[in-house]
Design a protein around this ligand. Structure first.
Ligand SMILES: C[S@@+](CC[C@H](N)C(=O)[O-])C[C@H]1O[C@@H](n2cnc3c(N)ncnc32)[C@H](O)[C@@H]1O
Ligand code: SF4
Length: 428
């Protein structure tokens, strides 16, 4: 163990069970997009809706005893494309969750939807099934770029889906946008923000397109704006969103007041979540046992379907991994984190990270106020550098992939050099 991490002890003096969420993964898409390295697969033939649904229900039942008595504050139905599943199927997943878990009275239930899968009236049915929030994959409103991205929908279909959301009373919706897209310039990125705002979303996720290893785009990269151009787009788009009343609360997330995504906030605050479905990740704190466990399900749908109900891979996090694991999430938040949340959610003393925090302050990469600790404006541009300070020495060995493994969904590939990083585990 390095001198820097001398304070790290496996004690559970302060460990407290944090809020709990539920993530459910739906791994199929109409067509795999060439940039995407999520655990998603082109649907060949009929959707195996019923067998997958039954497996999800058994998965929820098998994992429920891990969290007996704990309340679930949010549910995220993510993918892949969950909107390929019927409102009836989504309703049955939620009923299963209610049967085996204790859902909060005001539980947030987000459904990810691809605009190319939305028929008239569909959102009204999803809402009746229990969905309270939708995340719509708009990406861009430029028809030619949508085509270059291999998307299955037109800008008008995205507009129609947003109209349907308002008509269904699902006004709490997010639009996913990407920028620094093939052939895009600053004016084009700005037009996308204006087009998105015209649809009156409650939330906008704004991701820089990254070339993820193993994707078609990584093998045959399209012409992309360079990093300087991307940085200008990022700040210009951010300003536009902020002047329209959206506050940036995370590296890629902007929300109207009170409309932050509770589910993703829980990831970034190092909260707990059950991970259900093919390749889903979970994180569970057991304060009574003094440890935190990461779980992962079989990634490939056929293997997941065939696996025994209780075949979940578990991995207890070592104490020296915890500062890095915590920071990987918390440093993304514009508001940062408190000393108390660090000690309660890792079970470590604050002194365990005193030295790296002091070093980062010195370099102007972190700010520490009386109440919170956060990455500075400069630090947010170089999050990977900050994270390195919290990485256990063993993970820094040549060949180690700890940073690339964890910057996005664990095991899903590397982050961009600039850690505008997409998603927490399973996030939108
Ligand atoms: C699981 S998908 C959202 C739902 C649905 N599958 C869709 O695409 O419409 C999550 C989001 O991640 C973003 N994303 C995926 N791959 C990306 C990449 N390589 N770079 C940047 N953003 C990416 C897209 O904005 C996408 O909407
Ligand atoms: S971006 Fe969405 S629609 Fe495209 S392959 Fe990935 S999960 Fe499927």
């Amino acid at each position: 163990m390095s001198a820097r991490h001398e304070g790290v002890r496996a004690g559970a003096a302060t460990l407290i069970n944090p809020p709990l969420a539920l993530y459910v993964h739906f791994p199929w898409c109409v067509r795999k997009c060439p940039y995407c390295d999520f655990n998603s697969y082109t649907l060949n033939g009929e959707l195996a809706q019923e067998p997958y649904l039954q497996r999800l229900l058994r998965d929820i039942e098998a994992q429920a005893p891990e969290v007996t008595g704990r309340e679930v504050a949010s549910v995220f139905l993510g993918g892949g494309t969950p909107s390929l599943f019927s409102p009836d199927a989504i309703g049955r997943v939620l009923q299963g969750a209610r049967r085996h878990l204790k859902l909060a009275a005001d539980v947030e239930v987000t459904l990810e939807a691809n605009p190319g899968t939305i028929e008239r009236g569909r959102f009204t049915e999803y809402r009746a099934a229990g969905v309270t929030r939708v995340s719509l994959g708009a990406q861009t409103f430029d028809a030619a770029i949508l085509k270059a991205l291999g998307r299955i929908h037109s800008p008008d279909e995205t507009r129609l889906a947003a109209t349907e959301l308002h008509a269904a009373g699902l006004t709490n919706f997010n639009l996913d946008l990407m920028y620094a897209l093939p052939g895009q310039d600053l004016a084009g990125a700005g037009r996308d923000i204006a087009a998105a705002l015209a649809l009156e979303p409650a939330h906008v996720s704004h991701y820089q397109l990254t070339l993820e290893p193993g994707t078609v785009f990584a093998a045959r990269p399209p012409p992309l704006p360079d990093e300087d151009a991307a940085a200008v787009m990022l700040s210009a788009c951010g300003e536009r969103l902020e002047s329209a009343g959206f506050a940036q609360y995370e590296v890629s997330a902007y929300a109207r007041p009170g409309r932050q995504c509770r589910h993703n906030l829980n990831y970034w605050n190092f909260g707990d979540y059950l991970g259900v479905g093919a390749g889903a990740h979970g994180k569970l704190t057991f304060a009574d046992r003094g440890h935190i466990v990461r779980t992962v399900q079989a990634r490939e749908p056929r293997r997941y379907l065939a696996a025994p109900d209780a075949a979940l891979t578990r991995h207890v996090l070592a104490a020296e991994q915890l500062p890095f694991e915590f920071m990987l999430n918390a440093l993304r938040l514009a508001g940062g984190f408190t000393q108390r949340s660090f000690t309660e959610r890792t079970g470590l003393e604050w002194g365990a990270i005193g030295a790296p925090i002091a070093a980062l302050r010195e370099r102007g990469l972190m700010e520490v106020t009386a109440t919170a600790c956060r990455a500075s404006t400069l630090g947010l541009r170089f999050l990977n550098d900050l994270l390195l300070e919290f990485m256990p020495e063993t993970s820094k060995m040549p060949g180690s992939s700890a940073l690339s493994m964890t910057a996005r969904e664990p095991g899903q590939g590397a982050s961009a050099p600039l850690y505008t990083g997409l998603h927490g585990p399973n996030a939108e």
